[in-house]
Design a protein around this ligand. Structure first.
Ligand SMILES: [Cu+2]
Length: 212
Protein backbone atom coordinates (compact mmCIF):
# COMPACT_ATOMS: atom_id res chain seq x y z
CA UNK A 1 0.00 0.00 0.00
CA UNK A 2 2.82 2.29 0.93
CA UNK A 3 4.58 1.49 -2.35
CA UNK A 4 1.47 2.36 -4.35
CA UNK A 5 1.10 5.62 -2.49
CA UNK A 6 4.67 6.67 -3.13
CA UNK A 7 4.28 5.58 -6.76
CA UNK A 8 1.33 7.92 -7.09
CA UNK A 9 3.33 10.59 -5.31
CA UNK A 10 6.15 10.18 -7.82
CA UNK A 11 3.69 10.49 -10.71
CA UNK A 12 2.32 13.66 -9.16
CA UNK A 13 5.81 15.09 -8.82
CA UNK A 14 6.62 14.14 -12.44
CA UNK A 15 3.41 15.84 -13.56
CA UNK A 16 4.39 18.98 -11.63
CA UNK A 17 7.88 18.88 -13.14
CA UNK A 18 6.35 18.59 -16.60
CA UNK A 19 4.10 21.56 -15.83
CA UNK A 20 7.08 23.58 -14.59
CA UNK A 21 9.00 22.59 -17.71
CA UNK A 22 6.17 23.87 -19.87
CA UNK A 23 6.49 27.14 -17.96
CA UNK A 24 2.84 27.49 -17.16
CA UNK A 25 1.89 30.48 -15.13
CA UNK A 26 -0.35 30.57 -12.12
CA UNK A 27 -1.89 33.39 -10.14
CA UNK A 28 -2.46 33.97 -6.47
CA UNK A 29 -4.62 36.44 -4.61
CA UNK A 30 -4.15 36.83 -0.89
CA UNK A 31 -5.86 39.00 1.70
CA UNK A 32 -3.81 39.63 4.82
CA UNK A 33 -5.32 40.77 8.11
CA UNK A 34 -3.54 41.98 11.20
CA UNK A 35 -3.88 40.23 14.54
CA UNK A 36 -7.00 42.27 15.32
CA UNK A 37 -8.67 41.15 12.09
CA UNK A 38 -8.25 44.46 10.26
CA UNK A 39 -6.82 44.64 6.71
CA UNK A 40 -3.02 44.83 6.80
CA UNK A 41 -1.48 47.11 4.14
CA UNK A 42 2.23 47.23 3.26
CA UNK A 43 2.79 43.54 3.83
CA UNK A 44 5.23 41.79 1.52
CA UNK A 45 3.78 38.54 0.23
CA UNK A 46 6.69 36.27 -0.65
CA UNK A 47 6.15 33.17 -2.78
CA UNK A 48 8.87 30.53 -2.72
CA UNK A 49 8.32 27.76 -5.30
CA UNK A 50 9.57 24.36 -4.16
CA UNK A 51 10.46 23.25 -7.68
CA UNK A 52 12.78 25.14 -10.02
CA UNK A 53 10.98 26.70 -12.96
CA UNK A 54 11.99 28.17 -16.30
CA UNK A 55 9.46 30.98 -15.80
CA UNK A 56 11.00 34.41 -15.60
CA UNK A 57 9.50 36.89 -13.16
CA UNK A 58 8.51 40.28 -14.55
CA UNK A 59 10.76 42.60 -12.58
CA UNK A 60 11.24 46.35 -13.07
CA UNK A 61 14.60 47.58 -14.42
CA UNK A 62 14.74 50.14 -11.61
CA UNK A 63 12.58 51.32 -8.73
CA UNK A 64 11.81 54.81 -7.39
CA UNK A 65 11.13 55.71 -3.76
CA UNK A 66 9.46 59.12 -3.47
CA UNK A 67 9.68 61.53 -0.59
CA UNK A 68 6.45 63.48 -0.56
CA UNK A 69 4.82 65.46 2.27
CA UNK A 70 7.54 64.13 4.55
CA UNK A 71 6.67 60.52 3.85
CA UNK A 72 8.38 57.72 2.01
CA UNK A 73 6.16 56.53 -0.82
CA UNK A 74 5.70 53.70 -0.90
CA UNK A 75 6.13 52.96 2.78
CA UNK A 76 7.54 49.56 1.77
CA UNK A 77 9.53 49.01 -1.41
CA UNK A 78 10.36 45.45 -2.44
CA UNK A 79 13.23 44.66 -4.80
CA UNK A 80 15.54 41.78 -5.66
CA UNK A 81 19.28 42.15 -4.98
CA UNK A 82 21.01 44.68 -7.23
CA UNK A 83 17.91 46.45 -8.54
CA UNK A 84 18.88 50.10 -9.14
CA UNK A 85 17.08 52.27 -6.61
CA UNK A 86 16.34 55.98 -7.02
CA UNK A 87 15.17 58.43 -4.39
CA UNK A 88 13.01 61.27 -5.64
CA UNK A 89 12.36 64.31 -3.44
CA UNK A 90 9.02 65.85 -4.37
CA UNK A 91 9.02 68.28 -1.46
CA UNK A 92 10.15 71.90 -1.43
CA UNK A 93 12.97 71.25 1.04
CA UNK A 94 15.92 68.92 1.52
CA UNK A 95 15.71 65.35 2.75
CA UNK A 96 18.69 63.56 4.18
CA UNK A 97 17.88 59.88 4.00
CA UNK A 98 19.56 57.33 6.18
CA UNK A 99 19.26 53.64 5.31
CA UNK A 100 20.00 51.17 8.08
CA UNK A 101 21.10 47.91 6.52
CA UNK A 102 20.57 44.34 7.69
CA UNK A 103 23.46 42.78 9.61
CA UNK A 104 26.56 42.36 7.46
CA UNK A 105 25.70 45.09 4.96
CA UNK A 106 26.58 48.79 4.77
CA UNK A 107 24.27 51.56 5.88
CA UNK A 108 23.86 54.39 3.40
CA UNK A 109 23.07 58.11 3.37
CA UNK A 110 21.59 60.21 0.60
CA UNK A 111 21.00 63.96 0.81
CA UNK A 112 18.60 65.26 -1.81
CA UNK A 113 17.74 68.84 -2.73
CA UNK A 114 14.10 69.86 -3.37
CA UNK A 115 12.58 68.35 -6.51
CA UNK A 116 15.78 66.38 -7.20
CA UNK A 117 16.57 62.70 -7.59
CA UNK A 118 19.49 60.61 -6.55
CA UNK A 119 20.32 57.07 -7.56
CA UNK A 120 21.67 54.58 -5.10
CA UNK A 121 24.46 52.85 -6.97
CA UNK A 122 25.04 50.04 -6.93
CA UNK A 123 21.64 48.74 -5.85
CA UNK A 124 21.23 47.00 -2.51
CA UNK A 125 22.72 43.52 -2.68
CA UNK A 126 22.14 42.03 0.74
CA UNK A 127 18.78 40.37 1.25
CA UNK A 128 16.78 41.56 4.22
CA UNK A 129 15.31 44.73 5.65
CA UNK A 130 16.67 48.23 5.14
CA UNK A 131 15.03 50.80 7.42
CA UNK A 132 14.67 54.30 5.94
CA UNK A 133 14.69 57.46 8.04
CA UNK A 134 15.52 61.14 7.54
CA UNK A 135 18.09 63.12 9.52
CA UNK A 136 16.00 66.27 9.05
CA UNK A 137 12.50 64.93 9.74
CA UNK A 138 12.30 62.46 12.58
CA UNK A 139 8.73 61.40 11.75
CA UNK A 140 9.77 59.93 8.41
CA UNK A 141 10.05 56.18 8.23
CA UNK A 142 9.97 53.67 5.44
CA UNK A 143 11.48 50.37 4.42
CA UNK A 144 13.11 48.52 1.58
CA UNK A 145 12.95 44.74 1.53
CA UNK A 146 15.60 43.10 -0.62
CA UNK A 147 13.76 39.88 -1.31
CA UNK A 148 15.36 36.45 -1.58
CA UNK A 149 12.60 35.43 -4.01
CA UNK A 150 11.68 37.21 -7.25
CA UNK A 151 8.02 36.30 -6.68
CA UNK A 152 6.56 38.96 -4.43
CA UNK A 153 3.85 41.60 -4.08
CA UNK A 154 2.81 44.23 -1.54
CA UNK A 155 -0.64 44.34 0.01
CA UNK A 156 -2.79 47.40 -0.71
CA UNK A 157 -4.95 49.41 1.71
CA UNK A 158 -7.44 46.52 1.78
CA UNK A 159 -4.69 44.07 2.70
CA UNK A 160 -4.92 42.47 -0.72
CA UNK A 161 -2.16 41.44 -3.11
CA UNK A 162 -2.31 39.64 -6.45
CA UNK A 163 0.61 37.85 -8.03
CA UNK A 164 0.54 36.79 -11.68
CA UNK A 165 2.90 34.68 -13.71
CA UNK A 166 3.91 32.40 -10.85
CA UNK A 167 5.36 28.97 -11.61
CA UNK A 168 2.88 26.11 -11.37
CA UNK A 169 3.47 23.64 -8.59
CA UNK A 170 3.98 23.59 -4.85
CA UNK A 171 5.11 26.78 -3.15
CA UNK A 172 5.35 28.35 0.27
CA UNK A 173 3.55 31.67 0.72
CA UNK A 174 4.87 33.84 3.53
CA UNK A 175 3.67 37.28 4.61
CA UNK A 176 6.36 39.64 5.89
CA UNK A 177 5.87 43.00 7.57
CA UNK A 178 8.84 45.35 8.07
CA UNK A 179 7.93 45.90 11.73
CA UNK A 180 7.25 42.29 12.68
CA UNK A 181 8.89 40.84 15.79
CA UNK A 182 8.82 37.24 14.65
CA UNK A 183 8.50 35.40 11.35
CA UNK A 184 5.00 34.84 10.00
CA UNK A 185 3.67 31.35 9.38
CA UNK A 186 4.13 30.02 5.85
CA UNK A 187 1.25 28.43 3.96
CA UNK A 188 2.04 25.63 1.53
CA UNK A 189 -0.08 25.73 -1.59
CA UNK A 190 -0.11 24.09 -4.99
CA UNK A 191 -0.29 26.78 -7.63
CA UNK A 192 -1.84 26.19 -11.00
CA UNK A 193 -5.15 25.52 -12.65
CA UNK A 194 -7.68 27.95 -11.27
CA UNK A 195 -6.41 31.05 -9.52
CA UNK A 196 -5.42 30.37 -5.94
CA UNK A 197 -7.10 32.45 -3.24
CA UNK A 198 -5.65 32.61 0.24
CA UNK A 199 -6.23 34.35 3.52
CA UNK A 200 -3.38 35.27 5.79
CA UNK A 201 -3.13 36.80 9.22
CA UNK A 202 -0.18 38.53 10.86
CA UNK A 203 0.93 37.42 14.31
CA UNK A 204 0.84 41.07 15.47
CA UNK A 205 -0.89 44.36 14.74
CA UNK A 206 1.42 46.93 13.11
CA UNK A 207 1.23 50.45 14.49
CA UNK A 208 -0.96 52.67 12.43
CA UNK A 209 0.56 55.50 10.47
CA UNK A 210 -0.92 58.67 9.13
CA UNK A 211 -1.45 58.69 5.40
CA UNK A 212 -1.95 62.00 3.58
CU1 LIG B 1 13.36 64.56 5.38
Amino acid sequence: MKAIRSGAGLLAILAMLAAAGAAQAASLTITVLDKDGQPAPDVAVLVRPLIASTLKPALPASVVVDQEKMQFKPFLTIVVPGTPLRFSNRDGFDHHIRGTAPAGAQDFEVRIAPQAQKALEPGLEKTGRYALACHLHSSMRGYVLVSDTPWFARTDAQGKATLEGLPDGPADVVPWHPEQFADQAAQRVTLGGAATTLNGQLNFTPRKRRVY
